[in-house]
Design a protein around this ligand. Structure first.
Ligand code: FAD
Length: 404
């Protein structure tokens, strides 16, 4: 338990640390990687270069500290982060390293302003916060290992099939190399790959949503080839998967994870909104509902730049033959025959008018797509008065990027 005095030091210094947030986390990562270079294999180095990880860490620590009086408020965020940590293989002892390094960084950046009392208060608060994460992650490791077909850490899979879904997206069908059962998952969850890409100095870990319905003897992930634009390097793992990995090759994956899950505990209509490759978890949901013979109204609205990069269209057209499933396609810049697509609804973007026209107001809304799409849909659903518990989303980048 933290004393009232410690809590008040934390609450009064959160704004100061926030103000120096970037400097502190920049320094933090510098110290961390020079003292513990093995951690370069754990942290996503592309996110490091883009500065995403710095923002994510700073936001998580300050948000936790600001709620030090009542950490239960941030439990949903802890759950989301811990799911990722478990999937990536974060270990309890790494929290101590991060804590020590963070305190060193705070001390260096704030200098004398960081008095021994302040450093001590932050050390105590960090331990309380770290314990919350460690205990949630302990439970997630246990669940992942103990469920039927489950496992701890990374397991070897063989690529059984590689199927092009569009000009940009290719599916990989993964079967366990040991031939044993695999853990089930809830549509919306993801698989995390651990890859040694030739020419890259560190191991790479990336999450990929499971794009098929569960209950198959394989996992299917569907990956967009992230080509570098404007002189930026190509995406490391996605281009490796597309260009190099072939049927018969082996990949390491941790057990399915994630808190973005299809909820079938009520009878509400379901609206699935996807942009680009963000369709992967939603296609899994649509497919699962169909396989279960679910008869509630299901509205699927997909946004793509144009038809050539629109994946899973054939599957969704099939699903749209069911009377309860409606499928709508929005192309930002339709080309050639795109406007003749039988489910083509409009060109441009998904907007409030369209959602209000197509979606039952009492539905649960699930969405996933690129950052501007996520921001627009989130704002729109709020403006429409949809309650928070009926808004569910997955984001393929750090959540901090969604916050204005
Ligand atoms: P990275 O090497 O990570 O690069 C990413 C992008 O950054 C590239 O476009 C690259 O050009 C650019 N970049 C590189 N260096 C810089 C720099 N210095 N400055 C600015 N930009 C730079 N992806 C899918 O395709 N399908 C999925 O189903 C899917 N599901 C996901 C589920 C979750 C929960 C999450 C978190 C992510 C998911 N992703 C999915 C995204 C996926 O994890 C990877 O982020 C994606 O494949 C890119 O990884 P990469 O290694 O190819 O690219």
């Amino acid at each position: 338990m933290l004393s009232t005095e410690t809590k008040s030091i934390i609450l009064s210094t959160v704004p100061v640390l926030e103000q120096h947030g970037e400097a502190i986390t920049g320094r933090f990562y510098h110290i961390l990687f020079s003292e513990h270079p093995e951690l370069l294999n754990l942290f996503n180095q592309t996110n490091q270069r883009k500065g995403n990880q710095q923002t994510a860490l700073a936001n998580a620590v300050y948000a936790a500290a600001a709620h030090i009086d009542n950490l239960s408020v941030i439990l949903p965020v802890v759950q989301r982060i811990s799911e990722k940590h478990r999937a990536l293989g974060v270990k309890p002892d790494q929290y101590a390293i991060v804590g020590e390094t963070l305190l060193k960084a705070i001390q260096e950046v704030l200098g004398d302003a960081a008095t021994p009392e302040i450093i001590d208060a932050w050390a105590q608060a960090y331990n309380v916060i770290a314990d919350v994460f460690i205990s949630v992650e302990h439970e997630l490791y246990r669940e992942a290992a103990e469920q039927p077909g489950g496992w701890r850490g990374f397991r070897e899979f063989v690529v059984r099939d590689k199927v092009k879904e569009s000009e940009a997206i290719t599916s990989f069908y993964l079967e366990p190399a040991d031939g044993k059962a695999i853990a089930s998952y809830i549509p919306g969850q993801y698989l995390t790959l651990l890859v040694q890409v030739p020419g890259q100095p560190y191991l790479q870990r990336r999450h990929y949503s499971l794009s098929d319905a569960p209950g198959k003897p394989y996992y299917r992930i569907s990956v967009k080839r992230e080509a570098g634009v404007n002189g930026l390097p190509d995406g490391i793992v996605s281009t490796y998967l597309h260009d190099t990995v072939q049927v018969g090759d082996r990949l390491q994956a941790s057990a399915p994870a994630g808190d973005f899950k299809l909820d079938t505990t009520n009878e509400r209509p379901i609206v699935l909104l996807s942009g680009g490759v963000g369709m992967t978890p939603l296609v899994s949901m649509a497919q699962t509902l169909a396989e279960h013979g679910d008869t509630r109204p299901i509205v699927y609205i997909h946004a793509a730049i144009e038809g050539s990069v629109h994946a899973f269209d054939r599957r969704l057209r099939e699903l749209a033959k069911q009377p309860n499933f409606s499928y709508h396609v929005v192309y930002e810049r339709p080309q050639g025959e795109d406007e003749r697509h039988p489910h083509f609804t409009k060109s441009g973007f998904v907007d409030r008018d369209l959602i209000e026209r197509l979606a039952p107001a009492d539905a649960t809304f699930y969405f996933c797509g690129p950052t501007p799409y996520m921001r627009a849909i989130y704002k729109t659903l709020h403006a429409m008065g949809i309650q928070e518990d009926r808004i569910r989303f997955e984001f393929f980048g750090p959540t901090s990027q969604l916050v204005d």
